[in-house]
Design a protein around this ligand. Structure first.
Ligand code: SF4
Length: 712
């Protein structure tokens, strides 16, 4: 536009997640800027906030929307243009035509707002981008105007990152009309993307340059950003949906070009991860320890319920996902600094859609637990389908009478993430609305690594609550549940015995050991943060020892090769207290506890779930674990090793909690840390849990043992 002598600016807006006032303040700031600069045309992409559109109109702007599928109600763009951003020329032509007083309806693929509807011009299929245009998408604008500040989900500042645009569309082309889930659904609407995943506007529309040109285009863009950005580029996001196939060539080209090392963030489907396994390995080998690294930051898992995957026309199986996860973990273990699997938990999920069932949610929660997926996808248990009229699922919802003529659902991060106003829908199974409401209300009150456990507890509650003839769900019921939750949570909020800052706690805790000899049902351990490489452990140990206290935690630290040496090293590095949180099975071997004591271990936290050994085995899913755990206490007493019980409360063991202090006293424990997990809670009967915890505290007082709680 500037080349055509039109004053033009690029505006970046960073809306704060979940902060309506913050978003409104940003809109006001932008509209003041629009007025000061006498802007008369605003071109907008995915816009959620209709108040912004209304503000632009009030400022006298002609608003052109490049997403023709937004479901705005109160305020909307004056003109809509299809086929952007694959093509820039149609927008350039439209803007220059408008400048010269042209009638927009004379151009193809334009819609003009008239009253409460749009009048469309002649529709023409999107011409395939010429190779020249594919090679041309890179038009860097470095003097953009910014409103707000980029923030990660947790509010932290993001790294310096740029997206690399080369090939467009997606090669995955399964046709929804061949999918039984869409039998009888009319999928002939103009602009409908029938191929590919049924919730995605792409699919079957991949347009790519030859590999050598594609790689060269990436290198050209990386060089541009490295030469022009004030801050060094930390990461580059590849938008190409089929980049795994040429990743080795790209890494080699970056090395040959002498570019500064950085991280490459690549999207990948589950089946593509299996198909391009050799390329991933080759790319990792090429990265080596050059400083270059990559991750598959966005695996489109969506769900681990096969019926949901079939509904999404995803063309992949749960089994393929399990194998892809196994292969990615193995590659990460072999090349931890080249393939940084856990660098970004940005994989995508869609758990809640109009057809979701309790079985779907249970299947996904169970798979996540079995495969420790939580650390690959933050916020997965709140993910919800967004419907637009260019998606097959929109027409399935229409056919099933599940679209509702209501104001769109709440923002839920849409403005933050950059979505257009979406179509509102309702659940076929009303109990799922209650499940989503409870999950959403409680998820903010717990640690992220407990959200999958919480989902399991909510589904369990719903199965008990929504039996045949059950009364309808009410908001009142939700607030009652939240009050019970708050009363329970008061037991551990600020109740822990010592007050060191969370930062110190994090530093002193060495998360060591990737393996475990138990398979506890209650395990919330992911895979991401577990360390067992001696060189990395040494630096973690040193940092911990400087706090004066080292705590070995992990999956099972006693299984760590050279654990004894690490304990000694902690003492030498200055730790006055060296502890380990363990299932103690390894300590049942005579002499082990004494060796650790002599090496400098000062305290132990012994994890257990049930009083009876056979019940314990059931929880750990490891026969013999209960006996070994109990026999270890005999060895600890013989070695004079102080220890505390770390009791993990399970719903089957609630009634026996009152007997725990006597058990602990009899086995030589000096205190009881009670671990409450969201996944174990009985949400339909929280007062009974409160009562059981009260009885435990009372029994603790009588036995002279201190009892404290740690919870979600
Ligand atoms: S969701 Fe991903 S794999 Fe599916 S069509 Fe869209 S881009 Fe392709």
């Amino acid at each position: 536009m500037r080349a055509a002598d039109v004053a033009a600016d690029l505006v970046h807006i960073y809306y704060p997640r979940g902060d309506e006032q913050g978003c409104a303040d940003l809109d006001a700031e932008l509209l003041r800027w629009v007025a000061e600069h006498r802007v008369n045309v605003a071109v907008v992409g995915q816009v959620w906030r209709e108040s912004l559109l209304a503000g632009l109109h009030a400022a006298g702007c002609l608003v052109i929307g490049t997403d023709p599928n937004g479901q705005w109600q109160a305020a909307r763009p004056d003109l809509l243009l299809t086929h952007f951003p694959r093509h820039r020329q149609p927008l350039v032509r439209l803007l220059l035509g408008l400048r010269d007083g042209g009638n927009p309806l004379l151009w193809t693929n334009v819609a003009v707002a008239q009253g409460d509807r749009y009048v469309t011009s002649q529709a023409a299929p999107a011409p395939d981008p010429e190779p020249a245009e594919l090679a041309e998408p890179f038009a860097a604008c470095t003097d953009f105007v910014t409103f707000g500040a980029p923030r990660n989900r947790d509010g932290s500042l993001p790294l310096q990152r740029k997206t690399l645009d080369t090939n467009v569309g997606c090669p995955f082309a399964d046709d929804a009309t061949d999918n039984a889930a869409f039998a009888g659904v009319d999928l002939d609407a103009p602009g409908l993307s029938r191929k590919g995943c049924a919730f995605c506007p792409m699919g079957g529309d991949y347009r790519a340059l030859p590999v050598a040109q594609t790689v060269a285009a990436h290198v050209q863009q990386l060089r541009y950003w490295q030469d022009h950005l004030a801050q060094p580029l930390d990461e580059a996001v590849l938008r190409d949906q089929s980049a795994l196939r040429y990743l080795p060539q790209l890494v080699q080209a970056c090395l040959d070009a002498g570019l500064r090392p950085l991280g490459l963030l690549v999207p990948g489907r589950g089946d593509a991860i299996l198909r391009f396994g050799p390329q991933l390995r080759q790319a990792a080998e090429l990265c080596g320890d050059s400083g270059w690294w990559f991750t598959i930051h966005l695996v489109g898992f969506e769900s681990f319920s096969q019926p949901q995957l079939d509904l999404y026309n995803k063309g992949v199986t749960v089994g393929e996902y399990a194998e892809a996860l196994r292969q990615m973990r193995a590659l990460h273990r072999e090349f931890p600094s080249a393939f940084r699997l856990y660098a970004h938990g940005a994989s995508s999920f869609i758990l809640f859609n109009p057809w979701t069932t309790l079985d779907d949610l249970e299947a996904t929660a169970q798979f996540c637990d079995d495969h420790a997926v939580g650390d690959l996808a933050h916020g997965l248990t709140l993910s919800r389908l967004r419907l637009y009229p260019n998606l097959p699922l929109y027409y399935k919802a229409l056919a099933d009478g599940l679209l509702v003529d209501e104001a769109p659902a709440a923002d839920r991060g849409a403005a933050f993430a950059g979505y257009s106003a979406e179509a509102a829908w309702r659940y076929r199974h009303p109990e799922i609305a209650a499940v989503e409401a409870v999950q959403r209300a409680l998820a903010d009150r717990i640690a992220p690594n407990e959200s999958v456990g919480l989902l399991r507890a909510v589904v369990r509650w719903a199965r008990g609550r929504f039996v045949a003839g059950a009364p309808p769900w009410t908001e009142d019921e939700l607030s009652k549940l939240l009050n019970h939750w708050a009363a329970l949570q008061a037991l551990w909020k600020g109740a822990a015995p010592e007050t060191r800052s969370s930062a110190t706690r994090r530093t002193r805790t060495v998360v060591a050991g990737r393996t475990c000899n138990n398979r506890c049902r209650t395990c919330v351990a992911g895979h991401g943060e577990y360390e067992d490489r001696p060189d990395h452990l040494r630096s973690l140990l040193q940092a911990a020892a400087e706090t004066g206290q080292v705590v070995f935690a992990g999956r099972e630290p006693t299984l760590l090769p050279q654990f004894l040496a690490h304990v000694r090293r902690a003492g030498k590095a200055g730790a006055v207290r060296t502890e380990a949180i363990t299932n103690a099975r390894a300590l049942s071997a005579p002499g082990t506890a004494r060796q650790l004591r002599e090496a400098g271990l000062t305290d132990l936290g012994i994890k257990r779930h049930r009083l009876a050994d056979r019940d314990e085995d059931e929880m750990t899913r490891s026969p013999g674990s209960g006996v070994q755990n109990r026999e270890a206490t005999i060895q600890l007493r013989a070695a004079g090793m102080p220890w505390t019980v770390h009791w993990i409360v399970v719903r089957e063991g609630l009634a026996e909690l009152v007997d725990l202090p006597l058990w602990a006293r009899a086995h030589g424990a000096r205190g009881i840390a009670v671990r409450v997990l969201a996944g174990e809670l009985d949400l339909g009967n929280l007062p009974a849990w409160q009562q059981a915890f009260g009885a435990l505290q009372e029994a603790g007082r009588k036995t002279g043992l201190h009892v404290w709680f740690e919870g979600p």
